[in-house]
Design a protein around this ligand. Sequence first.
Ligand SMILES: Nc1ncnc2c1ncn2[C@@H]1O[C@H](COP(=O)(O)OP(=O)(O)OP(=O)(O)O)[C@@H](O)[C@H]1O
Length: 798
Amino acid sequence: MANRQDGLAQALDTEQRTVARLYDLLDVARKRAEATLREVYGRGSGAGTRQAMVEREALASEQARRLAQLNAVERGLCFGRVDDGSGLRTYIGRIGLRDERHESVLIDWRAPAARPFYVATATDPGGLVRRRHLHLKDRVVVGIDDEVFDLERMSEGDRRTLVGEAALLAALRRGRTGRMGDVVATIQTEQDRVIRAGLQGALVVQGGPGTGKTVAALHRAAYLLYTHRDTLERRGVLVVGPNPMFLRYIGQVLPALGETQVVMTTVGEMFPGVRATASDTPAAAVVKGDPRMAEVVAEAVRLRQRVPERELVVELDGLRLRVPHETCARLRERARAVRLPHNMARKLFVTELLKELARAEARALEESLHIEELVIEGEPELSEPLDLEGDLDDLDVELASARLWGEPEVRRALDELWPDLTPQRLVAELLASPETLWAASPPGLDWQLLTRPVEAEWTDGDVPLLDEAAELLGEDDSARRVAARLAEEEQAEELLYASEVLTTTGLAEAGVFDRADVLAERHADDGTGLTTADRAVADRTWAYGHVIVDEAQELSPMAWRMIMRRVPAKSLTVVGDLAQTGSAAGARTWGEVLDPYLEGRWREERLLVNYRTPVEIMRLAADVLRAYAPGQEPPESVREGGAEPRAVRLPVSGLPELVAAELAALRAELGTDGETGPGTGNPETGSGGTGGGTGTGAGSGGGAGVGEGRLGVVTPDARHAEVAALFPRGDLDAPVVVLTVTQAKGLEFDAVVVVDPAGILGQSPMGGQDLYVAVTRATRRLTVMHEGELPPVLSRLA
Ligand SMILES: Nc1ncnc2c1ncn2[C@@H]1O[C@H](COP(=O)(O)OP(=O)(O)OP(=O)(O)O)[C@@H](O)[C@H]1O
C-alpha cells in the first residue's frame, strides 16, 4: 500500500512538472501574441494607405483571436496522455503547443495525432499500452485515472503508478450547472466517430436521450472548424437548435473550445428581422409544415399578379386612360415568362404597362380633342384625324412613362395589379384571407386551420413560409446593401479610433484582453470588421459551409426546405431521436425528411449509451417508450445506483414544498459526492461557480458548481403559467426552473419534478413522446406529481 501511495505521489509529481511546463509555454505564447498586438498598434494609424490599414487590422485581428483562444484554454489545458509500447508519451490538450525547439509537446484534441486517445479500447488498443486522464484544478494536477491496455508492456515503475476510477464516471457524477460543458477529456469512441466524420455529405446521428448527441455535434463543429478552417471560416457553420433556452444551455460549449465562427439559431429566428413569439396549435403546425405549403405560397404570389376583369381604367386630369384586359393579360404572361422572382418581374410588368398607359393617354387626349372639336383660330381645319398615339416615338413613350410613374393614381393602379411585396406582407395577408387560402390551397389541405388576424404575431411554423415567400418574391436588396456598406465603413472607423486610443494610452493588461475579445470577433480577411457569423446572420441567402441541426426530429418538411437552402453543398450533421418527436409536424423516419433532398445519400451513426439518465429512471422511461413508440429501443444507461423514481399525489399548491424537499435531498446527495472527487479522491469542487464562463464540464478542470444542484419542473403547456407563478422567476442558472416539455427538450437537471403526466399525455397527438422526453431529463432524481389517477403507463410508480 505504501508503495502504491508512493507511486501515485511520484506520478502526480511527474505530471505536475509536465503540466507546469505546458502552462509556461502557454504564457509565453500569450506574451508573444500580446507583444505582436502591441507592436501592430504601435505602427500608428495615421500613416499609410487604406491597404496598409486593412492589413494592419487583419494582423491585429488574427493576433487578438489567437489571444482569445489562448485565454479560453486556461482551464484544463492538458487532460490526457497516451503511452505507446516504445515509451513514447503523447499529451493531449485543448490546444496544440510547441516548445522552444519547435517540437510538438501538446497535441490539440482535434488533431489526427490525438485520435488514439479517443478510439483505443481494450479489444483494440491501437498500439497503446496506457491511456491516462489528468484532472487539474487551476494549474495543479489533482487526480489521475489510468486505463491499461497492455500490462505486459509496462515497466514495473509505471505499473506502480496505475490509478483509476473511470474518468467518464467521475465526469458524470458532477452536479449540473445549468449550462452544457465540453467533454473533450472523456469523449467516447462511438462519439469520436461522429465528431471526426468527414465534412462532405450528410450524417444523421440517431440516439436516445442522454446519449451525447448534442455534445458530440458541438464537438464536431469545433473539430470541423479546426480541420477545414479555410472553407469553414469563410462560409461559417450554422447550428440550429429547438428553442432559445436550449441555445443558451449549449452556448458556452464552443467558445470554451476556442471557436467563434459559429452561428447558433432556432427555426423561429432564421428569417432576418423576424422573431417567432407565438405558437401554433398542433393541428395548425401540421398544416403549416406540410410540403404542399410551398405550392400554397407560390399560388398566393401568382394570385397577387392580377389583370382587371374588363379593362384597366386610370383617371388622370380628367382623362380616362384605358388598357384592355387582353393587353394586361399579355403583359402579365410576358412578365411571368422571364421566371424572375415576383418583385424583379414587377419591374418588367410595370415598365411595359406604363408604356401602354402612355399610349392610352395619347389615345384619350386624341379622343378628348375630337370630342371638343377644337378649332384653333387662324389654323387650317384638320383634314386628317389626329393620330397622337401613332405619332409617339420611343423617346416620347419613355418620357411619358416616367411622368406617369410619378402620378399617385397610376402608382395605385400598378400596385393593385402587381404589387411590390415583402414576405411579411404576403404571408400575413394570405393567412388572414380565407378566400386567398381557399384559392391557393390544393385539394385536401386543411387550410381552414391556418386563418388568423393579419396583425397576429409570428410562429415557428410561419418562418419557413416567410422564407419560401422571400425566395419567390426576390428581394430588392439595394437599400440593404447600401446600409450594410455604410455600417461596415462605420465599423472600420470605430476600429481605427479604438486602436488610436489603445496606442496613446498604452496597453494595460486588462485592456488587451477586453480589446482582444472585441477584435477576436472581427473577421481577419475582409477588413470590414464583420465576422463571418455577423455577415451570415444578416443575410438570408448566406450559404453555410456546414449545418448542424439538433433535435432535428422536430422540424417540419417546410423547415427542412428552409434549412437546405442555407447549405447548397449539403454538408450536414442531423442530430436527433425519432422516439422524442414532440411536434406533430416532425419526423417519423429520417428518410422521409432527407430523401427529397439527398436521395438516399446520407449515412447514419447510432449512439446507444445514455450518459444522463440512471438505470432506475430509464426503466420507467422504457415503459413509456414501449407504449408510445413501440419500434424504438431505449439506450442503455451507464449511471446506476440512484434514487428510485417516485409518484406523489398532490394538488399543484403543494408543489413548492415538494420541490424544496427534493432540492434538499439532492443537495445532500451532491454534497456527499462533492467530497469524493474523481481519480485520487481529491475533490474538484467549487471552482466553477454557476457555470457561466468557460465551464469545462467533464473531468478536466472543474466549473460544474458541484454541490449546488439544479431542479427542473416540467409541466404541460396549459399549466406552465400556473406552476411558474408558484416559484420565483428563474432562468437556466437558477436552482429551480419551470419549463414546458418543448422548452425542456435537450436540457438536463440533477432532479426533475414532472407535473401532471396525464396533462402531458393529452396535450397533443405526440403526448406519449412528450412524457418520454419529460422523464428522461434527470441525472439523479425523478418525482412525478399528479392530482388525479396516475396514467397506467406509469403504473410502475404506483
Ligand atoms: N463522453 C462524455 N463524457 C462526459 N459526459 C458526457 C459524455 N457524453 C455525454 N455526456 C453527458 O451526458 C449528458 C447528455 O448529453 P447530451 O445532452 O449531448 O445528450 P443528447 O443525446 O443530446 O440528449 P437528448 O436527446 O435528451 O437531448 C450531458 O450532460 C453530457 O455532458
